[in-house]
Design a protein around this ligand. Structure first.
Ligand SMILES: [Mn+2]
Length: 414
C-alpha cells in the first residue's frame, strides 16, 4: 500500500492579504494529481488547513471540489481522507461529507460523536481494500473536548487508538492523523500560531504509541519528523509567507508492506513563483539596496501576470527616510519582480521603539493573521501569563458564533 501525505494547502490564501495564490495552488493541485497517478497512490491523506479561512471564497471551494473530482477520475480506486485544521470551519468543510463519502472521499470536519462517545465508525476509516486503517482525528476545538478533562488530548487519542487496536487486523497498517503542535517539533512560525488544545500548548509524543505505523501531522508548515521517523509533518506545499521560502516544500510518500512501514520518501513540490530577497540575508543600507534592485532582470511577462517573482526588501536606516517607498518603487519600475514586503530595520535610537511598535503591526497585515493569534498577542501585551483555558474557550465560542459555526453538528454550546 502506498500512501501520499500532504497538508496545510491554505486554498484561498492571499499574500499580505491582497496577492492571490490561485495560480500557485492550481499548479500544485495539477502536480499532485500527476503525482498520485505516477506513484500509483492507494491513499491520499490531507491533514488540515485545506482552506486558509473558515469562510473560503467560491473559487477556493471550487478548486477543492474540482480537485476531488479530478482525483476520482485519475485514480478511481484511491481513497482520500481529509481532516479539518484550525483554519478550516469544521462545519463548512464537513458539510458535503455524506455525499463525498459515496465517492470514497472521507472528510472529517468536527470530531464525530454518537450517543456513546466518539463515533468510531466515522473516525476509523479502512482504506486500500482493508490494507490500512486510518484514525482520522481532526483539529480539536473546545466543543470536541470533555469540559472537565485534565488531559483532553490523552482521552480522545486514547479512545480512538483503543478502538483502532480492537478493530485492526495484524497485517493492517494503522495510520493516525492530527492537526496540532507536537512537543519537540521545530518551533512554529507566527503564521502557524501555537494552538492551545484543552489548555495545552503542545501535544506530548506519548499520544502516539509505537504500534502506530505512521502518524500524519498537519499545522507546522516546515516538513519534519518528530520523535521517531514515522511521525511526520508533511509541511505546506507552498511558502505561505515570504520567510517560509528558505526551506523546500514537499509531500510525503509512505510505502507499507504487510501492514508495516517500509519506506518514507519526500517528494519536492516544484515552486511556481520565484521568491527574491534583497539583500539575500539580513538588511542593507539604502544605497546598496537600490544598487541591487537596479541589477534585477527586466519585466518579461505582462505586468499583471501572476508568474512574476515575489520580492522582499529589507532596508537598514539610521535616520527617517520619508521617501523610502517611492525610491524603492521607482527603482523597481519595469522590473520582473514585484514588491511584496518592504521591511525597515532602524539602526539608530529608533531601533528599540520600532521593536515595540511592531509587536502588533509587525510585518503582517491584520487580514493575514488568525483572529486567535491577534487575541493571544493582545493578551500577551497586557498580561504576564497566557490566557487560561476558560478565557480561550469563551473566545472560541465567540469566534465560532461570528463565523457561523453554530450549525456545527458537534453541537457546540453557544
Ligand atoms: Mn494550522
Amino acid at each position: 500500500m502506498r500512501l501520499l501525505h500532504t497538508s496545510d494547502w491554505h486554498l484561498g490564501h492571499m499574500l499580505r492579504g491582497e496577492v492571490a495564490r490561485e495560480h500557485e495552488h492550481a499548479a500544485f493541485v495539477k502536480w499532485l494529481l500527476a503525482t498520485c497517478v505516477r506513484e500509483a497512490a492507494d491513499v491520499l491523506v490531507i491533514t488540515g488547513d485545506v482552506f486558509d479561512s473558515a469562510t473560503p471564497s467560491a473559487s477556493a471551494e471550487r478548486m477543492w471540489f474540482d480537485f476531488l473530482a479530478a482525483a476520482r477520475r485519475a485514480r478511481p480506486a484511491m481513497d482520500i481522507v481529509a481532516i479539518a485544521g484550525n483554519h478550516d470551519s469544521p462545519a463548512r468543510l464537513g458539510a458535503a461529507s455524506s455525499i463525498l463519502r459515496e465517492l470514497a472521499v472521507h472528510v472529517i470536519g468536527a470530531l464525530p460523536r454518537c450517543t456513546t462517545g466518539i463515533d468510531l465508525d466515522r473516525v476509523l476509516i479502512p482504506v486500500a481494500g482493508g490494507r490500512g486503517l486510518i484514525a482520522a482525528v481532526p483539529f480539536l476545538r473546545p466543543a470536541d473536548l470533555p469540559a472537565d478533562a485534565e488531559s483532553a488530548l490523552d482521552l480522545i487519542y486514547g479512545e480512538v487508538i483503543a478502538g483502532a487496536r480492537a478493530r485492526r487486523r495484524p497485517d493492517q497498517a494503522l495510520i493516525v492523523t492530527g492537526h496540532l503542535y507536537v512537543a519537540g517539533a521545530e518551533a512554529p512560525h507566527f503564521s502557524e500560531r501555537r494552538v492551545s488544545i484543552g489548555g495545552q500548548e503542545s501535544a506530548p509524543l506519548r499520544l502516539f504509541p509505537d504500534d502506530i505505523d505512521y502518524v500524519a501531522l498537519g499545522h507546522i508548515h516546515r516538513a519534519q519528523g518528530v520523535g521517531r521517523d514515522s511521525i511526520r509533518y508533511a509541511g505546506a506545499p507552498l511558502a505561505l509567507s515570504l520567510d517560509e521560502s528558505w526551506y523546500p516544500h514537499q509531500i510525503v510518500a509512505i510505502d507499507f508492506d504487510g501492514g508495516r512501514t517500509r519506506a518514507i520518501r519526500s517528494l519536492p513540490v516544484p515552486r511556481t513563483v520565484e521568491i527574491v530577497r534583497v539583500p539575500k540575508r539580513g538588511s542593507a543600507p539604502m544605497h546598496e539596496v537600490l544598487g541591487e534592485l537596479d541589477l534585477l532582470p527586466a519585466l518579461r511577462v505582462a505586468p499583471e501576470s501572476p508568474a512574476r517573482p515575489y520580492l522582499e526588501v529589507v532596508v537598514s536606516l539610521d535616520a527617517p527616510q520619508p521617501r523610502l517607498r517611492t525610491l524603492i518603487e521607482d527603482a523597481l519600475e519595469g522590473k520582473h519582480a514585484r514588491l511584496i514586503t518592504l521591511h525597515v530595520e532602524h539602526t539608530g535610537d529608533r531601533g528599540a521603539l520600532a521593536e515595540r511598535v511592531s509587536v502588533l503591526s509587525g510585518t503582517q497585515r491584520l487580514a493575514e493573521l488568525d483572529p486567535r493569534e491577534v487575541f493571544e498577542r493582545l493578551w500577551a501585551r497586557d498580561h504576564s501569563a497566557p490566557p487560561d483555558p476558560g478565557v480561550l474557550a469563551a473566545f472560541e465560542r465567540l469566534l465560532a458564533s461570528v463565523r457561523g459555526d453554530r450549525e456545527d453538528p458537534a453541537g457546540e454550546p453557544r
